[in-house]
Design a protein around this ligand. Structure first.
Ligand SMILES: C[S@@+](CC[C@H](N)C(=O)[O-])C[C@H]1O[C@@H](n2cnc3c(N)ncnc32)[C@H](O)[C@@H]1O
Length: 251
């Protein structure tokens, strides 16, 4: 890789904050305990045990792979070395309110040979970062768990540089009434019983389903992002709106 390419990438993505990292560990209960001062009726729904079970993992790692591939660099942990990560033309900060979550993520990153990641314990509603620092802020299945969503959006805006991009992946609402009926049947009648059978935990799965229904729909969330100051806000539905990606720029 030439230095020019690296420079380009550095200019594009020198600093990225990851408000939460998919960690897929058994520590969700710890997280709830640690975060008890922030608990509301829905805060405990962060126990997305289906994520834990699926072990799909690590959006931050996928992002790093994407950056590496985009600049023609090596993918991390290639077949020959397993711990290559020769080049990491990124500067990523992973921030989560739970130390346990961070620990698991850190261990996984080390095991897979990822470097150049900063691990910071902090609250999305009061980020421990200075203003205008990051080029990109992304939050995945996290903002639904935050008590004050407006405050988290305002913090995202504050820490982004002018021109920086906010990106959020979150469960959303299925608009088509027939599909929604099917989805509701599955959500309320299948997910909690499955949670009971697989994890011995009906309640968390029931809460998960309910918290998803309570979260603002696509248009309302878009308006909240705009109210935080972001411009060019748009969203893309995935799987008929089961999840949506919202994005906006600090201009
Ligand atoms: C469902 S997990 C999602 C984790 C990861 N982003 C993923 O995609 O799998 C929600 C995460 O949000 C974190 N969290 C909840 N409230 C938070 C807050 N106020 N500030 C920062 N992180 C928070 C939890 O500790 C947990 O790691």
């Amino acid at each position: 890789m030439t230095s020019t390419v690296i420079q380009n990438v550095i200019r594009c993505v020198p600093r990225i904050t990851w408000s939460t990292l998919r960690q897929c560990s058994s520590s969700s209960r710890h997280a709830r305990e640690e975060n008890s001062s922030h608990k509301t009726t829905h805060f405990g729904y962060e126990t997305v045990s289906e994520d834990e079970k699926a072990e799909r993992g690590d959006i931050v790692f996928r992002f790093i792979q994407h950056v590496n591939q985009s600049v023609g660099g090596s993918t991390v942990a290639d077949d020959t070395t397993q711990h290559s990560s020769h080049i990491h033309p990124y500067d990523i900060t992973v921030c989560d309110i739970s130390e346990n979550m961070l620990k698991v993520g850190q261990q996984r990153a080390e095991a897979q040979g990822y470097q150049g990641i900063h691990w910071v314990c902090g609250d999305a509603q009061d980020l421990p970062f200075e203003d205008d620092l990051f080029d990109c802020y992304t939050i995945v299945f996290g903002i639904r768990n935050v008590v004050d969503v407006e405050q988290a959006l305002s913090e995202a805006y504050r820490v982004l540089k002018p021109g920086g991009r906010f990106m959020c992946l979150e469960f959303s609402q299925v608009k088509n009434s027939s599909l929604r009926w099917v989805y509701d049947q599955y959500s309320f009648n299948v997910i909690p019983p499955l949670g009971q059978v697989i994890a011995g935990d009906w309640k968390s799965y029931q809460y998960l389903v309910e918290s998803i229904r309570r979260f603002p729909d696509q248009e309302s969330f878009k308006e909240m992002i705009e109210a935080a100051g972001f411009r060019c806000v748009k969203y893309e539905n995935l799987t008929f709106g089961v999840v949506a990606i919202h994005s906006g720029f600090k201009i």
